[in-house]
Design a protein around this ligand. Sequence first.
Ligand code: ACG
Ligand code: CA
Length: 440
Amino acid sequence: MIGYQVYVRSFRDGNLDGVGDFKGLTEALGYLKELSINLVWLMPVFSSITFHGYDVVDFRRFKAEYGTKDDFLELLRVFHDNGIKVVLDFPIHHTSILHEWFQRALRGEKRYRDYYVWADEDTNTNETRDWDGERIWHPSESGYYRGLFGPFTPDLNYANESVTNEMKEITAELLEMGVDGFRFDAAKHMRDTVEENVAFWKEFLDGLKGFFIAEVWAGPEVVDAHGEIFGHMLNFDLSYCVKDAVSREDPRVLADSITRSLTARRYVSLNFTSNHDMNRLASFSDGMDTRKMKLVFSLLFTLPGIPVIFYGDELGMRGIFSRPHTDLVLDPFPWEERMCSIGQTFWKWPTFNDPFSGISVDYQKRLEDSLFNHVVRWARFRGENAWIDGAEVRDLRIEGKVLCYNLSGEGRELKVCHNFSKGWEIVEGVRLGPFGSEVM
Ligand code: ACG
Ligand code: CA
């Protein structure tokens, strides 16, 4: 399988208003097929007032500018007819302060007050997040409420069965509608301890059938603890290390990560190029040149799990992550150099990827050795070798700057070598060009 993470607003426009939408995305089918994509993850599409959509106002409505429910159903129909699964980003850990439930809570309605988490006498309202020191408790006219991701997104109270049941119902409705599954946002934060959190999800997903991915941004141990329940886990460790290794021209960092995060697992690992919470692939560290980006793709397409492309990384779109301006990694996707053709989105001026940057789809398709064509070739290889998803990595070995390993599964076996250096290398009788890869 090959996955593609789409930010709908920036991807493709279907009604000439410059804002990406369901219709545009449906029309991009041909493009996705060129990349052999069979899993599409849509960043939040529910009604919300922000550009990112992680603060949902109504889980039963789509963002108006993305289209109607019928447009969405048509998208599902077309993608399903073409063997593509559609997975929705599902930020159910919190809601927007504008969600009706929170508004009613603020008005003092007991039922809805219990939908959220309020401070009592024992609460330390100066408590901060362990990873960046931001405050967790926020004042309101009716007391302090918990909002792990800030004051605009109060946390839902999953200790309250009514909340769990209501969210389960919404989840079931979406599956019923034809959605294939979800990327559960902030999945590690539903409960205080890892054990409780795992138990929560076990119960929540009980009886629901779908393609479930968890965003548990943590080290392999915590990811593993959740693995069996979801079946698919975003692999932050590997996704970071693959870029770090290529960037430093040293395969050891990656070899360690493969051993740590990709060997003998009871779930499928999602190995992504980058995502909306970090610098884009092309802007990793001090920036990656095309040859290095190519190697990252060659690696991701020859490792077990599911490679996931963050829209535009296949073009080498740049983007430096910064909070709160998280749109800096969400530039409009450049279909052609002028960025002014049918389907082009232009809801904002691109921050890093101006018109005529030489990265558009149209431009790169004409260049035989472009990054895009490189990705298409490897994607085709991977499409023809789907068994690699569940393969095992054997005999991981490093010789100088070359990493070799064997992949085995379903009675098949391949030997793969990757060169992390600028020069030519000959290892195990294989001749490898600068940052080149060979599969035997
Ligand atoms: C998700 C979405 C994100 C979204 C929200 C909220 C959650 O992808 O776009 O924000 O709906 C934490 C959470 C994640 C969260 C990110 C943004 N992502 O766990 O669920 O924050 C450490 C912490 C992680 C932390 C990460 C952030 O442990 O928990 O993620 O830092 O940088 C090694 C370690 C690992 C460590 C990393 C990095 O890998 O193993 O533990 O992670 O190093 O140091 C959106 C918007 C926001 C808005 C919000 C409402 O983007 O602006 O405020 O919605
Ligand atoms: Ca539009």
